[in-house]
Ligand binder design. Structure first.
Ligand SMILES: Nc1ncnc2c1ncn2[C@@H]1O[C@H](COP(=O)(O)OP(=O)(O)OP(=O)(O)O)[C@@H](O)[C@H]1O
Ligand SMILES: [Mg+2]
Length: 510
């Protein structure tokens, strides 16, 4: 009967310990709780879980419980003391009478050895067939104790601890991996977007850099203006990543890319049930950018209703989620960009004047590429290197005629167009030099090459047509059928044109 109650008590303990170990990700707390449970149900007067640091081979007490904690040395080495030996050998140790074991140098137990004799049991914690720690307990001494049973029971608990340890280590490893990845990604972002990646040292660009440096230190709202493809987004990144907010999020929202109906929920988020389909609360970009920077790209395309809301946030630094009553304070730095003529938009009533003044606190004008010709070469070289690497090609330079062509072109699409041009050239280039015929026909047109004045319309069109054909043949490696398809014409016409322009199609075959 007594035996039966003993078994039931053990089972109850096991269930409770298992719950304690699986209920939390805080290993120390879980182990502590498990030891407390042991103490409550059995003759345990104190217990400890000692773990092995695999790298330093040092042992440390991860959790301890009991009347006193002396005797559990905070740190020791593998093989030292009884616990150290258990962990080294993977074999349990049972000391029926602590007072008779000199290795267990227990002051407390010696003092009242006659009245409070203790037994000591230490079992290894085994993970992947290797001892990684030990569970040790001091028990009230009992003359008729069945130590085999005690050991078996503690071994079960030790295996539960091993399992908890395994889960904990997996979670920890995953957390560390994510942390490392995060640090790595942030570093990568920083490298990608700090000043060093903005190419160009022309006068107009130097002015831009000066402005960026000036304004980055502050919390001032910045409005970046400039034509499409001039590098406004790059400048916005540079401001954030050289500001004191660099370690906080940089969140971008493109005001043009989102439909009017979505822009508010994207900016401010929504509460569950705010509208049909809102199944859970969602954070808006303002909330995501907390402590960091929110980049409002294409701000000129914002619809009037959202303009009012945005104005309110900028003025009061507060907003509400859609369908929510709670007012949220926003600590967010704003950078806006647009290629629109905002003054004109104000005049025709599509952009609020008050919002304009709020955004236009500090504005940076990014000059068009044709106003910074000295940068064309630097940018071309930069993109050549970038795309040659990306596409695994060994292209060393750009030929002089091709450089002339790049320099005399007016670049309506600015840096983006130059970037696309060079990437395309890298793709079609078969040697280690980019030649003029690797550049797109648009650059070889009369206007671009500065020959408009001297050439008649017929000559200009002919030259253009010849370029187009050569280009298509280049792309299709001299395959006339494919070239015809590319130019959306027939094979017959292509063959005729090839002959009349005196183009040698075989030249493109490789
Ligand atoms: N000074 C520069 N140095 C290196 N790369 C640049 C530079 N300026 C622009 N670029 C590159 O050109 C491309 C276009 O730049 P970006 O997207 O910043 O232009 P944008 O002004 O925002 O254009 P849009 O108004 O069309 O959005 C990007 O790939 C960018 O990396
Ligand atoms: Mg942009």
């Amino acid at each position: 009967m007594a035996d039966q109650t003993g078994e039931i008590r053990k089972l109850t303990t096991l269930v409770e310990v298992s719950q304690a170990l699986s209920g939390t990700l805080n290993l120390k707390a879980a182990l502590h709780r498990a030891l407390e449970i042991l103490e409550a149900h059995h003759d345990v007067v104190r217990g400890a879980v000692t773990l092995l640091n695999e790298e330093t081979k040092e042992l440390y007490v991860e959790a301890a419980s009991g009347l006193t904690t002396d005797g559990h040395r905070a740190r020791s080495r593998l093989g030292e003391g009884i616990t150290g030996r258990v962990i080294e050998s993977g074999k349990q140790v049972v000391v029926p009478q602590v007072s008779r074991e000199p290795l267990l140098n227990r002051t407390a137990s010696r003092a009242d050895a006659s009245t409070r004799e203790l037994s000591f049991v230490c079992v290894p914690i085994i993970l992947n067939r290797k001892p990684v720690g030990a569970l040790s307990v001091d028990l009230r001494f009992k003359r008729d104790r069945d130590y085999d049973r005690t050991v078996r029971f503690l071994r079960v608990i030790a295996s539960m601890i091993a399992h908890a340890l395994k889960v904990h280590r997996l979670v920890e490893a995953e957390r560390r991996r994510l942390l490392d990845e995060n640090i790595h990604l942030r570093q990568e972002l920083k490298e990608r977007y700090d000043f060093s990646n903005i190419i160009g040292n022309s006068g107009p660009m130097r002015l831009v850099y000066e402005q960026v440096a000036q304004v980055a230190r502050t919390n001032t709202t910045v409005l970046i203006r400039g034509e499409s493809g001039t590098g406004k987004e790059l400048i916005a990144n540079a401001i954030h990543y050289s500001s004191p907010r660099a370690k906080k999020p940089f969140i971008k929202i493109s005001c043009a890319a989102l439909p009017e109906t979505l822009i508010e929920s994207e900016l401010f988020g929504y509460e569950k049930g705010a509208f049909t389909g809102a199944q859970s609360r969602k954070k808006g970009r303002f909330e995501m950018a907390e402590g960091g920077t929110l980049f409002l790209d294409e701000v000129g395309d914002l619809n009037p209703a959202t303009q009012i809301k945005l104005l309110r946030v900028i003025q009061e630094r507060e907003f509400e989620r859609l369908g929510g009553a709670e007012t949220i304070r926003a600590n967010v730095r704003l950078i806006a960009a647009t290629n629109k003529d905002l003054e004109k938009a104000i005049a025709d009533g599509s952009f609020r004047e008050d919002l304009y003044y709020r955004l236009n606190v500090f504005s940076i004008f990014v000059p068009r590429l044709s106003e910074r010709k000295p940068d064309v070469m630097l940018l071309a070289d930069h993109f050549l290197e970038k795309y040659a690497l990306e596409h695994g090609k060994k292209i060393r330079r750009i030929s002089t005629p091709a450089i002339d062509m790049l320099m005399s072109y007016h670049w309506p699409g600015n840096v983006r167009e130059l970037e696309n041009t060079i990437e395309r050239a890298v793709l079609v280039c078969d040697g280690n030099v980019v030649h003029s015929h690797h550049l797109p026909p648009t650059l070889q047109t009369a206007e671009a090459s500065g020959t408009t004045m001297s050439a008649s319309l017929k000559e200009a069109v002919d030259a253009y047509e010849k370029d187009l054909i050569q280009d298509a043949l280049k792309t299709t490696r001299g395959n006339c059928v494919k070239a015809a398809k590319l130019l959306q014409t027939t094979e017959r016409i292509i063959n005729y044109k090839i002959r009349s322009h005196g183009v040698d199609a075989t030249r493109f075959r490789r």
